[in-house]
Design a protein around this ligand. Structure first.
Ligand SMILES: *[C@@H]1O[C@H](CO)[C@@H](O)[C@H](O)[C@H]1NC(C)=O
Ligand SMILES: *[C@@H]1O[C@H](CO)[C@@H](O)[C@H](O)[C@H]1NC(C)=O
Ligand SMILES: *[C@@H]1O[C@H](CO)[C@@H](O)[C@H](O)[C@H]1NC(C)=O
Ligand SMILES: *[C@@H]1O[C@H](CO)[C@@H](O)[C@H](O)[C@H]1NC(C)=O
Ligand SMILES: *[C@@H]1O[C@H](CO)[C@@H](O)[C@H](O)[C@H]1NC(C)=O
Ligand SMILES: *[C@@H]1O[C@H](CO)[C@@H](O)[C@H](O)[C@H]1NC(C)=O
Ligand SMILES: *[C@@H]1O[C@H](CO)[C@@H](O)[C@H](O)[C@H]1NC(C)=O
Ligand SMILES: *[C@@H]1O[C@H](CO)[C@@H](O)[C@H](O)[C@H]1NC(C)=O
Length: 909
């Protein structure tokens, strides 16, 4: 949700320089661990050319890797921090596909992302000789390369630039091809295929209304994938590189070079061999843990509006959806329900507890669901949640060592930030959830929405007067933001001004506060502490916010998952978070943040979504019809269709925009009905894809090139997407247009969705006359797709329908597919599930013997459609099967009305 701000950047004032580093009594003195080695401020030169790099010694190799010492060469250059003299290099061949390289200060004082925040595999190793990647080094000055063994391609090479390792600055650069096909380094709203010249990606989580391109936004995922043509084989293969470091950073890509500039910590690098892009995501999950996946109902239609005045409006929305015949699965409420915007409270006048409960009971009775938002910032007010938190000492303290709680200004006015590193915080959070969201006496939510967890704050600079800011943001009507962001102007072009600053990073304490802007925060050089928790706050254990700012949303996610599982043990916890970091997928799902109701944002929703297939958060999506600004009937109708297979499907808009529930206009009503008709019939196929995500980390949506890696035309496609590696969705991209210019890869058999007529891929193709309740969709040949034969008003009812199995042969007449069904909501299902794999060889459709069939989850099939058949055929040996051939569509329909079980065989003659 957007924040409002009454102060322009011009009002910024200077800061007092000396910020004392105080030792927290409860902190067991571990603060020393992180900052002891930062002694008195020294002047920094900003002259990286004066840095000499390191020399390598004490190399000790083993079958599984090596260790060595790196010693600073010559005098320290102290470019942006204090050079660290002695480093330890560790190289581990962890799996055949994964190489782990760490360069850390030998004394171990630099901050590293802890294992209990982002898990890493322990004792994972493989013999060097079996690994697909190889590490090579040069001793003086130290540099290294990573090669792919198969073709001796050098994937990472630091030889052309010197390693810089300072307490508050790390620099490492690799050569990349000048025209590299580079993806990732999110969250961002830039081109999906990244620019390779004069391009900067800043990672510093922030509340970024309008998700502006060219800027850092809500999440940090320092992983990239590079899709490169092998110089020996000529084939395109993909590899991946992740830097596990939570500090603010800036990744520059320019002139055949990719360089990391990090504000501290260590270089903890993972190299992934791929060679397919989706494998790299699976390989990332092997490191950071498998992703959570949604309950079946979570794939249904979600509706939210910030500014739903009271419970009556919520009830009306639910009623109006029903009246319009549009399936509404889940109703959401933004901060509107709270008592003066304090978390764990309800407004006694607008959302009285008993009446809200009645609304929720009705939803539950009708198999629908309810979700509300919770922010981390806790109102500093005389009320239970704050008092109990205070008693447990869970809030971040002031920077000045006074021990008082740090106060920022967020929605409720003055507010405190929970310190997720504190040992009491998760229990406090779990307990508040148990009470406030109690199923009998509280607000019985089915899923959770966590927001403002960058963490966002409204203080535009650290010394701003909280009372003044609170008053400004509270005064009704809330003023529009005066922070001149052009992205609030609908249709503003896709670039933001960037200022490259040459400036140095002055003194330690000031740097802690400001980071000196050298990471290009906010597309300009805003201070790191602006609009967030100031970076010189100290977390429990002496950890500086400076080092862990980017982890705040992830840690809140972790505690929130614990809290939701404590309420409903073993139920899939659907939690949507705004701020994310590498590994967030293990705890949460994600919506993209505050997008805008513009045609640009409509198109960008796809590239934002595809990014999360790289970052490992399969359940994600952007606000449909756009959040900020006013949508239009046609934009909203197109968006309803374009997002048809976005994993998370929610219409959401802002308080100052015109209401945009799908029932508001005729076109959107028709479009949403049509979209849900198709989507709901596909839910089991989607749920099956999520089953693979949950068990192997396989992404559920893909950019086109992930399936056509040798076709260069596909590399930059970002207004089409594939779902489940099977269905290509190609929305209309422009206002008032009824045609689509789309890419349908050549030499591939495709089928038009729902008419099932065969189409040969011809490359770039134009499709005309696309109505507002249509979106071109193509099923790829070679797949077997299970569909429910009808849609319904709730996902629960969809599950009662019989299946239709679509058999779509490739150009050799073959096809395969699978289907997974369980109760749709349990985390652990034991043996209570059905899983079948199906193969078609042109003559018979066989369900593999080795599946798993639970009669509680039957695969009752109404009919099977064999596509691209040239003639009428009969089924032999299956009682009661009837066949019908349609010459025009070339579809052979076999009406079956029986179950597909492991071992079932259907033979065509
Ligand atoms: C950042 O804060 C410093 C004071 O510490 C101030 O001098 C500087 O102007 C600020 N920079 C920006 C871009 O706001
Ligand atoms: C629901 O529909 C009724 C009848 O058209 C209308 O009066 C009311 O404003 C609508 N409310 C909402 C929240 O859509
Ligand atoms: C946790 O809360 C208890 C009060 O229940 C308090 O005594 C204790 O000091 C807190 N722990 C820490 C580390 O602050
Ligand atoms: C690099 O990008 C910046 C900001 O977008 C721009 O001002 C500058 O002119 C560009 N430099 C070159 C050499 O293209
Ligand atoms: C949306 O349109 C209404 C008029 O219909 C206008 O009052 C409002 O300011 C607009 N909102 C935005 C965010 O542009
Ligand atoms: C919208 O649909 C309703 C009901 O079908 C119809 O009466 C009305 O004329 C339509 N409005 C427009 C503008 O098409
Ligand atoms: C689309 O059509 C509407 C209505 O005719 C018009 O107001 C608008 O300017 C058109 N937009 C574009 C981009 O052509
Ligand atoms: C499927 O149909 C296409 C026409 O689109 C045809 O060229 C192709 O040979 C057919 N494939 C098979 C296996 O029948």
């Amino acid at each position: 949700m957007r924040f409002h701000l009454g102060v322009g950047l011009t009002a910024l004032v200077g800061l007092t320089s000396a910020v004392s580093v105080s030792k927290r009594e409860a902190g067991q003195g571990t603060e020393e661990l992180v900052f002891k080695h930062i002694t008195s401020p020294v002047s920094h030169t900003a002259n990286v050319d004066a840095c000499n790099g390191y020399s390598m010694s004490d190399v000790s190799t083993s079958d599984h890797g090596l260790t060595a010492t790196l010693q600073l060469i010559g005098e320290p250059c102290n470019a942006y921090g204090n050079d660290i003299e002695t480093l330890t290099l560790k190289v581990g061949y962890e799996t055949e596909d994964r190489l782990h390289v760490t360069i850390a200060d030998t004394e171990g004082k630099q901050y590293q992302v802890p294992e209990d925040v982002v898990q890493r595999p322990k004792h994972s190793r493989v013999e060097k000789g079996k690994a697909k990647l190889r590490f090579e080094f040069q001793e003086q000055p130290f540099s290294f390369r990573v090669l792919r063994v198969e073709d001796e391609e050098v994937l990472f090479d630091t030889q052309d630039s010197k390693l810089i390792f300072e307490d508050q600055y790390l620099h490492l650069a690799t050569k990349i091809p000048e025209d590299a096909n580079l993806y990732g380094l999110g969250q961002h709203n830039d081109a999906f295929k990244l620019a390779t010249n004069n391009y900067t990606r800043t990672l510093w989580n922030r509340d970024a209304f309008g998700i502006p391109p060219g800027s850092n936004v809500y999440g940090s995922h320092p992983i990239y994938q590079e899709h490169r043509r092998s110089s020996s084989s000529g084939n395109y293969l993909t590899h991946g590189v992740a830097l596990l470091n939570s500090h603010g950073m800036k990744v520059d890509v320019d002139d055949g070079k990719l360089s990391y500039n990090v504000l501290g910590g260590v270089l903890d690098l993972y190299f992934f061999a791929g060679p397919k892009p989706s494998r790299i995501t699976e390989q990332l999950h092997e490191v950071v843990g498998l992703p959570v996946t949604p309950p079946y109902w979570g794939l249904g239609l979600h509706q939210c509006r910030y500014g739903s005045g009271d419970w009556i409006e919520i009830a009306q929305t639910i009623a109006n959806y029903s009246e319009a015949g549009i399936p509404l699965e889940t109703q959401w409420t933004d901060i509107d329900y709270m008592d003066r915007r304090a978390i764990f409270s309800t407004s006694p006048s607008l959302y009285p507890r008993q009446l809200l409960k009645q609304v929720i009971d009705v939803l539950h009775h009708n198999n629908q669901h309810y979700v509300v938002m919770v922010d981390p910032a806790t109102a500093v007010r005389d009320y239970g949640a704050y008092d109990r938190g205070n008693d447990l000492d869970v809030f971040l303290k002031r920077h000045d060592g006074s021990g008082a709680v740090h106060q920022n200004v967020v929605w409720p006015g003055r507010a405190a930030y929970p310190d997720w590193f504190h040992p009491n915080t998760s229990q406090w959070w779990v307990d508040e959830f148990k009470t406030f969201f109690n199923k009998d006496t509280g607000v019985d939510i089915d899923a959770l929405w966590i927001d403002m967890n960058e963490p966002a704050g409204f203080l535009p600079y650290v010394e701003a007067n909280p009372d003044r800011i609170a008053q400004e943001q509270d005064a009704p009507p809330r003023p529009p933001t005066t922070r001149a962001s052009p992205y609030e102007v609908p249709g503003f072009p896709a670039t933001s001004p960037k200022t490259k600053r040459a400036g140095g990073w002055a003194f330690v304490n000031e740097k802690l506060l400001n980071g000196d802007g050298s990471i290009n925060h906010d597309g300009v050089s805003s201070n790191l502490s602006d609009f967030t928790a100031r970076t010189d706050l100290t977390h429990y254990g002496g950890i500086r916010e400076y080092a862990v700012h980017n982890l705040y949303g992830l840690m809140m996610s972790k505690a929130s998952r614990e809290a939701m599982l404590a309420r409903r043990p073993n139920k899939k916890a659907l939690i949507l978070t705004r701020s994310t970091f590498l590994g967030s997928g293990r705890y949460t799902s994600h919506w993209h943040g505050d997008n805008l109701s513009t045609w640009d944002h409509y198109r960008w929703a796809i590239r934002l979504m595809l990014g999360y297939s790289i970052y490992g958060m399969p359940m994600n999506g952007g606000d449909i019809c756009g959040f900020g600004g006013n949508t239009t009937e046609t934009l909203c109708a197109r968006w309803a269709m374009a997002a048809i297979l976005h994993p998370f499907y929610r219409n959401h808009n802002n308080i100052d925009g015109r209401p945009q529930e799908f029932y508001r206009w005729n076109l959107t009503t028709q479009a949403a009905k049509r979209a849900m008709d198709i989507r709901y019939r596909l839910l089991d196929a989607y749920y099956t894809a999520f089953h693979h995500a949950q068990t192997k980390g396989t992404p559920v949506v893909q950019p086109l090139f992930w399936n056509f890696g040798q076709d260069v035309e596909t590399f930059g496609v970002e207004t089409q997407y594939m779902a489940m590696d099977k269905i290509l969705v190609s929305p209309v991209t422009d206002e008032n247009s009824t045609s689509v210019h789309m890419y349908l890869p050549k030499d591939t058999q495709w089928y038009k969705f729902d008419s099932w007529t065969p189409v040969q891929g011809q490359g770039w193709t134009d499709i005309e006359n696309v109505d507002y309740d249509e979106v071109p969709m193509h099923l790829i040949g070679g797949s077997i797709l299970p569909l429910r034969n009808e849609s319904a008003m709730t996902t629960k009812d969809v599950r009662q329908k019989d299946f239709v199995i679509i058999v779509a042969p490739d150009d050799e007449g073959q096809a395969k597919g699978d289907l997974y069904i369980d109760d749709g909501e349990s985390e652990e299902v034991g043996e209570q599930f059905t899983y079948i794999e199906m193969h078609f060889n042109g003559h018979h459709l066989v369900v593999q013997d080795d599946g798993h069939y639970d009669a509680a989850y039957p695969v009752k099939v109404d009919r099977i459609l064999f596509l691209n058949q040239t003639k009428q055929r009969q089924v032999i040996g299956t009682d009661g099967a009837e066949t019908n051939y349609d010459e025009e569509s070339k579809v052979l329909t076999v009406t079956l009305q029986s179950e597909l079980r492991p071992g079932t065989r259907i033979e065509l003659q």
